[in-house]
Design a protein around this ligand. Structure first.
Ligand code: SAH
Length: 368
């Protein structure tokens, strides 16, 4: 019998001691044989969670218009690398390409690149985009996409990047006041959080967000080290060729304390240790930390704008009216989709859009 991912994690902890939260997330989500993403298509009503492009075609369609305007802002290059991080089932890209094709010059310039960690989802993306009418290729990393002007986009991608958790032990001790919360075993051998007894490694506390200095004793801070790597890749890509990166995700505008790592299964919240490798794990995105990191790298950074403001500025209400006119029966469905994407009690306020650009471009459409 094969050893379950849970038992493998427990064995590792028994042999070498507690592991970081980031390692726990990485193994659970990305283990090539038993990890969550590589072994299934988790999206949609029958899956574990649903995302904006899965809710409505309108989401990708208005983003397609954003792409055309951004391409114009870049000076209408003849070749444009349109790169998506974590494309899920490829639906957003398919909807974006359909609306963006209204400009034939954009369509002939576009070369799509998908950066996807899951072979299972890569196969689904291939099917979804098989008839897109533009070249579509996969790249393991941003660095593998040929140089040139680019637009980069990621929806609900940052929230599944591995986070670290730190606890403030002494608010007056600066970097040395933080200890790491790790994943260990309780007395009955079950996975649980454990607080390390020594100050967190410098690599975890070197680049804390500004808001970390407001911490009080026992506050928990989540950091996402992969963000710095992504920003670094963007910076080096944009050094030679103009480009823009748009990320849409859930999280607060300012650094907030608290444990936000959550697991979802069949659209319900479950314990983060309840079924390793079989539940979706995400944590909210700290948009303040993200924009501090990008600004420090010399990128132009927009405000983190609530999804409802962003989509509204891109004309989503007009798109809804047009769809309703085309099929009157669809009115309740489309009204419901619009509500889910934009209402303050649904995705409208919690989700934000943020854009990083190479210096010197006009302000991106729909953002401030
Ligand atoms: N953007 C899609 C899917 C969101 S789910 C949507 O909005 O519907 C997260 C996506 O990111 C999945 O496609 C998952 O396989 C991918 N992913 C997760 N971690 C990744 C990583 N480190 N590198 C590349 N892709 C990753």
């Amino acid at each position: 019998m094969t050893t379950s991912l849970e038992d493998k994690l427990k064995n590792r902890i028994r042999e070498a001691g507690p592991i970081s939260v980031a390692e726990y997330m990485t193994v659970c989500l990305l283990d090539p044989v038993q990890g969550y993403y590589p072994t299934r298509d988790p999206l949609g009503a029958d899956g574990d969670f649903i995302t904006a492009p899965e809710i409505s075609q309108m989401f990708g369609e208005v983003l397609g218009l954003w792409c055309v305007q951004s391409w114009i802002d870049l000076g209408r290059p003849n070749t444009l690398h349109l790169i998506e991080y974590g494309p899920g089932r490829g639906i957003m890209m398919s909807d974006m390409l359909r609306s963006a094709a209204l400009d034939p010059d954009f369509k002939s310039a576009v070369h799509v690149w998908l950066i996807e960690a899951s072979a299972a989802l890569e196969a689904v993306q291939g099917k979804t985009l098989g008839a897109a009418g533009v070249p579509v290729q996969w790249a393991a990393r941003l660095e593998d996409v040929p140089a040139g002007p680019s637009l980069i986009i990621g929806n609900e991608f940052l929230d599944c990047l591995p986070i670290q958790q730190l606890i403030c032990n002494d608010p007056f001790a600066g970097k040395d006041g933080w200890v790491e919360r790790r994943v260990g075993l309780d007395t009955e051998g079950r996975l649980c959080y454990v607080k390390s007894g020594v100050p967190a490694a410098a690599i975890l506390t070197d680049r804390l967000p500004k808001g970390a200095s407001d911490a009080r004793k026992d506050d928990l801070l989540e950091t996402c080290p992969s963000v710095a790597q992504i920003v670094d890749s963007l910076r080096s890509r944009f050094e030679n060729h103009a480009g823009r990166a748009l990320f849409i995700d859930y999280g607060p505008e300012t650094t907030e304390f608290g444990d936000t790592l959550q697991a979802l299964k069949r659209h319900q919240k479950v314990g983060v240790f309840s079924d390793p490798g079989n539940t979706d794990l995400t944590a909210r995105v700290d948009f303040a930390a993200l924009s501090e990191t990008a600004a420090a790298a010399g990128l132009d950074v927009s405000a983190a704008v609530p999804q409802r403001e962003f989509l509204s500025k891109l004309g989503i209400e007009m798109r809804a009216v047009a769809l309703i006119r085309a099929t009157l029966d669809a009115k309740p469905v489309i009204a419901r989709q619009l509500h889910r994407l934009t209402d303050a009690d649904e995705m409208g306020e919690l989700f934000k859009a943020i854009c990083f650009s190479s210096p010197g471009l006009p302000a991106p459409l729909g953002l401030r």
